[in-house]
Design a protein around this ligand. Structure first.
Ligand code: DC
Length: 229
């Protein structure tokens, strides 16, 4: 009997292009696209707004267990792939602000925050027909996912891609600042004690430095189709 690959886990470092690739893959398969990073970003934004910072682990963990974060189909046609709603507030773009970028690695390293988020993510993953993206999906959130990919690129290439995106949006940024911020986030994400960024043993490693987005999606689709055959 041919099998259906229903749960797909995609992990990788910041700005590796995993979200765009996952979104395209989900569309091609007709699956739900679920970017778990938005949940950590929404908690970070809530902490910055309501606690004035993210330093108090106890307060941030308490906040993470009480806020309601929802990811819904897009309600506005402004380039968004989904709406992110924090307690009834649309925060889709606010969670991408630089102050959130700077603090989100600290928040996502708090074990209590991860516990709340992982629980919610598993509930969605278990329904199947999902492409879930993050740092620990193949290793912790969905260790039994039927296909796992680790999408990677060098820090320099990732910084250049992020820089080009921000300049195209009209932001004033410096390449070196972005590179340093990416290296810092890699360091925090991969050395934290709980669920650090690392590749699952059974994941397919895709190094994208010289690949186009379409090529990355093609590699994943080919793998899935072969697995289902
Ligand atoms: O993918 P992103 O840049 O939106 O992720 C934001 C932060 O959340 C990043 O510092 C890593 C963290 N994260 C995580 O620890 N686990 C996940 N499953 C997803 C994101």
């Amino acid at each position: 009997m041919p099998m259906t690959v229903s749960t797909i886990a995609i992990d990788g470092p910041a700005a590796s292009g995993k979200s765009t690739a996952a979104e395209t893959l989900a569309r091609r398969l007709g699956y739900l696209y679920f970017d778990t990073g938005v949940m950590y970003r929404a908690v970070t934004l809530a902490a910055l707004r309501r606690l004035g910072g993210v330093e108090s682990e106890e307060d941030v963990v308490q906040l993470a267990s009480s806020v309601v974060i929802d990811v819904r189909p897009p309600s506005i046609d402004d380039g968004r792939a989904y709406d992110v709603v924090l307690d009834s507030d649309d925060v889709t773009w606010q969670i991408r602000a630089e102050d959130v970028n700077r603090s989100v690695s600290v928040v996502s390293a708090y074990p209590g925050v991860r516990e709340s988020m992982t629980r919610q993510q598993r509930r969605i993953g278990e329904r199947g027909h999902v492409v879930m993206v993050g740092r620990d999906i193949g290793t912790v959130v969905m260790p039994d996912a039927e296909a796992k990919f680790y999408i990677d690129a060098s820090a320099e290439v990732r910084a250049q891609r992020r820089y080009d995106e921000m300049i195209a949006r009209g932001d004033e940024v410096k390449y070196l600042d972005i590179l340093i911020s990416i290296i810092n986030r890699d360091q925090i994400d991969s050395t934290r004690e709980v669920a650090p960024l690392c590749m699952a043993e059974d994941a397919i490693h895709i190094m994208t430095d010289t690949m186009t987005r379409e090529e990355v999606v093609d590699v994943m689709l080919t793998y899935i189709t072969e697995k289902e055959a």
